[in-house]
Structure formats: C-alpha cells, structure tokens
Design a protein around this ligand. Structure first.
Ligand SMILES: Nc1nc2c(ncn2[C@@H]2O[C@H](COP(=O)(O)OP(=O)(O)OP(=O)(O)O)[C@@H](O)[C@H]2O)c(=O)[nH]1
Length: 728
C-alpha cells in the first residue's frame, strides 16, 4: 500500500500529510573470455585486460569492480525471498532450497525470524553475500509490506543497485509503485525481474507495458520467454541471441541452444525494440543503429550497462524463481548491468566546512567513512550494520561517531549471512558489514577521526497509527520497557509515548500489521502478555494560508512582571517539501535581545504540538519573526515563550487550518461475481478508485482509502466475498 493525497471535504480540506548522478563511466570490462558453467556460457571479464588498459589504476580498483551491493525489493509476495533462496543456492552459499511456507517447515534462509517463517512474510531486511562468476555480491532482501517500509528505505540508502521484482500475473501493484519511488529517491539503478512466469495468467508483456505506463520506466525486455504458464520452458537472451534452458532437479544446469525456429521473427522484433529503446538514451548505440551498422552482443551489452547505470534505462529480465528458471541469467545481469561501488557518486557533508558536499571516491586508502544504517539487538549486544564508503575498518580500531563525538573501539567485526555471522578482521570501502558493541543510533556516521564527515540520512516516514498497550501483569513492567526501548532504537518508524490523560503507553507505527508484530514480539521474546487498545489514526493539522501575528504578553501582578512582544507571520510549507516546522528570525536590530530568540522558537514549537482543530500536531509551517519589543526588567525567556504560544493561538484560525489524514492505496483482488457488491461498498468510503482491471475470473481494484476507514475492512470484505478476496 502506498499513500496518496486525499481530496477536499468542507469545511476542512483533508489531504495526506505523508510525503512522505551517478557516473556513466563506460564499463571497465571488455568481454575477453567465456566461462562454461553447467552448459551455460557466462560472460567473464578478464581483470588483466582491465589492468592493461591503465597501469596507473590503483590496486583496489579491480576488487571494487568485482563487487556488487544490491537490494531485492517488490510488492508483497512477488517472490523476493524465493528468488534470494535460489541465488544463494546457485552461488553455493546454501546447499538445499527451502521454500517460503514450504511443507518441510524449514522456511527460506533469509526469513530467519520465527514469525517470518510462520507467517510466510519478510518482516526485517536480511543481508547476505555470495560469489558469482568471480564477483562478490552483497544482497539485502527487503520486506514487501508497507508496514515495514523503513527496511526498504535503509537498504536502498546504502545499496548501489537493485532488482525490482514484479509478478507476471499481478503486474505493477501498489507496493511496486512505492518501492520504485524509493529507488528513485535514492537514485538507485535497477533491473526489473518479472517473476512467476509459470503461473496461470502470466503475461510479461502486459507487465512491461504497465511498468512503462505506471512507473514511467524507460525499459525493454532483454529476454523473451519460451512458453508461458505450465509450458514455461526457458528464456531467449536478446543480447547473446541464444536460448537457455534450466535443467537438473533444481535448474542448476543451464543449457544454451539455438533459438527455436518458430520464435525467430518474434525474437528479432524484440531485439530491435531493445536496441531502439536503449538508443533513445545512449548516443553511441544510437549512432550505430542509425547508421544501420551491425550491433554486436558486446556493443549492446555495454550500451545497456551505460544506460542502466545512468538510470536512463531499466533492463527487464524474466523467469520463475519457484520453478528454478531464469535466476542465473538475472545474476549475470546484476554483474553486467548494475554498478560497482565506484561507479556510484556518494557524497558526505563536511562538518568543518559548513556542511560542504564532499564526493567519496570509494578509496580504501582514504580516511574511513562508514554509515550505520541498521541496528539490531543480538545475543552479543547491539549489532550495527555499516556501509563503508571510504577507508578500511579493522577489528580493534578506534573510530569516531561524528554525530555524537564519541570515540569507540571496534570490538568485533562480522559479515552477515541472514542470521549467521562470520567474524572478519577488516573490511574496506564498498563493503557492507556489521559490528558488535558499538553504541550509536541509526544514521550515525563513523570515521577514523581524521575527517568530520557525515552521510545524509535516510527518509523516515511518519507513523500513521497508534494504539495503547499495557502489560497484563505489573511485575513484567521492566521487561516491557526493555522491549519497547529496544524496538524503538532498532526501528525509527516505531515510536513510544505516553497518553497525557490516561497515562497509558502508546505505541505508534506504520500500520496494524507493524504494531501487531511488535506486540507479538514483546510476548514471545520478552514473555510479556500485553493488553492492546483500539488502533487510532495519527491525524495531523496544517495551515493553508499566510497569517500575520503581533502579540504582546504583559503581566504585572507584583514582583517581577512578564513582558514580551512578538511580531511576524506564518506561512505554509508545501506538503512534500521535507521540513515540517521552520522558524526564521528576520529581526534587524535589537528589538528582541538575541538570547530570547530560542525561547520564542521553543514557544512556537510547543504550541504547534497540538492544533486547536482536533488537538493533533500542526505540521508544514514556517514561522518568521520580523519584529517585537522587550522590557529591560520584565522580559524573560518565559515571557517570550508565552508570547509565542499565545501568538500561535491568535494566528491559527487566520491561517485557515485543516486536518490531514493518512490515505492508503489499497489493492484488492476479488472474484468477478462480487464486483458489484465490493465496488459499491468500497465507493462509500474511498476518495477515488484509481483502476479497476478485469483479470480472468477476477478483477483488481485500486482504491485510495483513508486509513481511518480501513479498520475492520478485511473482515467485512471477507464476508462480502465469502472469504474469497485478497487484501494487502
Ligand atoms: N508459482 C510461483 N510461485 C512463486 C514464485 N516465486 C515465489 N512464489 C511463491 O509466492 C509466495 C511468496 O513468495 P516470497 O518469496 O515469500 O515473496 P516475497 O516477495 O519475499 O514476500 P514478502 O517479503 O512477504 O513480501 C510463496 O508462496 C512462493 O512460493 C514463482 O516464480 N512462481
């Protein structure tokens, strides 16, 4: 589910408050040899050829070129974990394939948490690494549910490339849109993988055109499937112009054959489409194409690589992870088309030079710069995931947390393989590793102390839902607080607060599932049974127009009086422009002594914590202080703070406040016979229906529904459809 704006509804406008260059260096590789794996010709790039090109290239460049940091992201149930399981199997990281919700009850490697295995969903992103064809590939498998979207955010923040998995039946689904938006936000080059070609109704060409239309992808297929659904047999590679079949009990023998004759014309047309699409964004290929020159496999491959890394093109792969078809070519695609760490421009902010942007070149001989992007409480203390952008980190080294100024020793350094870890002595730029026992917060930057750089942090969406939670037994209060503290540290979208009226603990998060999972984890991992209140939507308030204020707070009731006058205006910050509260002091001269200004800002901030419409926080506003007055004796911080609070109350109505509420993009798949009932019912509580697509004996409905109307909806939908609906 994604969030979209909600339209107006007098008297208060209601809309969503959730707004929530890379280099195009030509491929360093020139294909110089072919490696036979099974019967499958993989392109192998000779490193000696790379070296021969330029003797002055640094020693570490080659190992960087043989490194890929990728994420696998998609809509719920598209097959991310199943795909990762195959990748780990073919690369020799695991020796047996276990299915998500498989009959053997073992579960996939990357879903290591008990709850994940029971529910068959990914809750936490998991990191692993493998080696393919001489390249090290670090992989992060992310959850599909919007409730765990922070896991996608932090993974994409630190990855160099991504696989966007799409279901060949479901096509571009609600969460595919969200994930794709996240990939854009972090400027992550990507390849698409249309999975589940074995399923009834699989239509990769429809999915491709949906991706072009709905995701505005400039994309083309680099493969053509041989057969579909039950008859799905293999894939034709449009670059190599070969047919590949996946033989053996787990598809491990990839056999290359000639293209079936009856598919030759179709394949030619699709290759031409691929060349034309890449030529649109790659001048070198366009020149050859327009001159009608023959285009070799390596020319085309290099052009695809350039265009993909420049984020101008998305190559589309296909297959069926579950039926073990198409995974090895996708892995080759990752090596061939996604960037290595030094092909991605990463920047840090130099804190000694007013946050000047500094480009990090990925040099392991440079000063250490590493970003802590994820925390986890492990058996041995806090486990911190780090992406190293420059320099080397060694076990036993002292590093400095630039955000806190603390100098910390690195007691233990590990590489993660889902929930297993391997101790290592050192890791260099480009790598993703984890450290134990280093106290920090998510988003902190570590250096060796010689530079004061910080990396920009990730986008953290605001929680949309809250509920009261209380331990059943008073004795378990300690464990309960421990659990809440831990989860809050690990997950920036999980917040804990107190209801000022009832004194109850309120937990807030990204949805019902998110909060349910934490309540369940409190029960399982901390043995605390908790009673849970009714979920509440986190509404917000905002203003819609500029308003002036001029408030004098004056009190003379014996003793020292209070005197403070504040003058200025407030204006809305457009939704989606990042900042939620801004305060600017534009006073010229000393109308208000500068030591009182922070108190004024504090007063406005405090007042904005609770809008007068429904008492929810007021966001997206800029307060500008232009003038004021003070008294030599009676002015104080308190007087100015109170003046700001009263000024806010005075201006609020004039600024035409409105209420904001979270709106979800919901995806429903309902059997056709219930179309009328369900569409009629949902119309009552939605703002709009984005699409209604028939699909065999069912139809897909994509309505935008205020979150507040969603509580209990799955139950009512279930009864309307006699338990035959799908609801994410
Ligand atoms: N028919 C078919 N089923 C598949 C394929 N890939 C995955 N599945 C099934 O789809 C379901 C979801 O697969 P997962 O791998 O858990 O999907 P996911 O995207 O990781 O799921 P979340 O992380 O929970 O969003 C499982 O039952 C898989 O067995 C495929 O290629 N074909």
């Amino acid at each position: 589910m994604a969030r979209f704006p909600r339209g107006s509804s007098a008297p208060h406008l209601l809309y969503s408050f959730f707004n929530s260059s890379k280099s195009t260096r030509p491929s360093p590789h020139s294909p110089t040899s072919a490696l036979l794996l099974g019967n499958f010709h993989l392109r192998q790039f000779s490193s000696s050829a790379v070296r021969a090109k330029d003797d002055k290239e640094p020693w570490w460049k080659e190992s960087m070129e043989h490194l890929r940091n990728i994420g696998i992201s998609a809509h719920i149930d598209s097959g991310k974990t199943t795909l990762t399981e195959r990748i780990l199997y073919y690369t020799g990281r695991i020796h047996e394939i276990h299915e998500v919700r498989g009959r053997d009850g073992v579960g996939a490697k990357m879903d290591s948490m008990d709850l994940e295995r029971e529910k068959g969903i990914t809750i936490q992103s998991a990191a692993t690494y493998c080696t393919w064809n001489g390249y090290q590939v670090n992989i992060i498998d992310t959850p599909g549910h919007v409730d765990f979207t922070i896991e996608v955010e932090r993974a994409l923040r630190v990855l160099d490339g991504a696989i966007l998995v799409l279901c060949s039946v479901g096509g571009v689904q609600s969460q595919s849109i969200t994930v794709d938006r996240q990939m854009r936000r972090y400027e992550v080059p990507r390849v698409a993988f249309i999975n589940k070609l074995d399923r009834m109704g699989a239509d990769p060409w429809k999915v491709l055109s949906q991706a072009r239309a709905k995701l505005r992808h400039h994309s083309a297929a680099v493969q053509v499937p041989i057969g579909l659904e039950e008859d799905f047999q293999g894939l034709i590679d449009l670059v190599q112009m070969k047919a590949f079949y996946f033989r053996g009990s787990s598809g491990e023998n990839v056999v290359a054959e000639d293209i079936p004759e009856d598919m030759a014309a179709f394949v030619e047309a699709k290759r031409r489409e691929l060349i034309e699409t890449v030529s649109d964004v790659d001048d070198k290929l366009a020149d050859a194409f327009l001159a009608d020159e023959p285009i070799s496999a390596s020319d085309l491959e290099e052009a695809i690589r350039r265009a993909t890394i420049a984020r101008k093109f998305i190559p589309v792969f296909m297959g069926s992870a579950f039926k073990n078809k198409g995974v090895q070519p996708l892995l080759n695609g990752v090596l061939n088309y996604l960037p290595c760490p030094i092909e991605v421009n990463n920047y840090a902010l130099d804190q000694t030079k007013d946050e000047e942007k500094v480009m990090l070149g990925g040099n392991p001989e440079g000063p250490l710069v590493a970003l802590a992007f994820k925390l986890e409480e492990g058996r041995f203390g806090q486990l911190t995931y780090l992406r190293i952008y420059e320099g080397v980190i060694r076990k036993g080294d002292f590093v400095v947390n630039i955000n806190t100024g603390k100098r910390i020793k690195v007691p233990r350094l590990v590489r993660m393989h889902s929930d297993e870890m391997e101790d290592i002595q050192e890791a260099h730029a480009g790598q993703i590793v984890a450290v134990f026992g280093m106290d920090c917060a998510s988003g902190d930057t570590f250096t060796d102390g010689s530079v004061k750089y910080t990396m920009t942090s990730m986008n953290v969406p605001e929680p949309v839902m809250s509920l009261a939670v209380q331990p059943v037994s008073k004795d378990s209060g300690g464990q309960f607080s421990k659990a809440l503290n831990r989860f809050q540290r690990e997950d920036p979208t999980f917040r804990v607060g107190l209801d000022p009226e009832s004194g109850q603990t309120i937990i807030s998060g990204m949805g019902e599932l998110h909060l349910d999972i934490y309540v369940e984890r409190i029960r399982r991992e901390y043995k605390v049974d908790a009673t849970v209140g009714k979920p509440r939507v986190n509404f917000r308030e905002t203003i819609t127009q500029r308003a002036e204020f001029d408030y004098l707070h004056k009190k003379q009731s014996g003793g020292q009086g209070q005197y403070g006058r504040v003058t200025g205006y407030v204006e809305p910050i457009p939704l989606g422009e990042g900042s939620k509260f801004e305060f600017e002091n534009m006073i010229v001269g000393q109308a208000i002594p500068s030591n009182f200004i922070p108190a004024i800002e504090k007063g406005f901030k405090e007042a904005a914590n609770s809008g007068s419409l429904i008492g929810h926080p007021v966001e997206n506003l800029r307060i500008v202080l232009t003038d004021g007055a003070s008294h030599a004796v009676d002015s104080s911080e308190l007087a100015f703070k109170l003046a700001a609070i009263y000024a806010f109350r005075q201006l609020y109505t004039a600024a035409k406040p409105v209420i904001l509420e979270p709106v979800m993009l919901v995806e429903l798949k309902v059997p056709s016979e219930f179309q009328g009932t369900v569409a009629g019912d949902i119309n009552k509580c939605v703002r709009s229906i984005l699409s209604l697509t028939p699909h065999f004996f069912a139809f897909f409905l994509l309505p935008q529904v205020p979150l507040n109307n969603m509580f209990g909806y799955s139950t009512s939908l279930r009864s309307m459809t006699q338990v035959r609906q799908r609801f994410f």
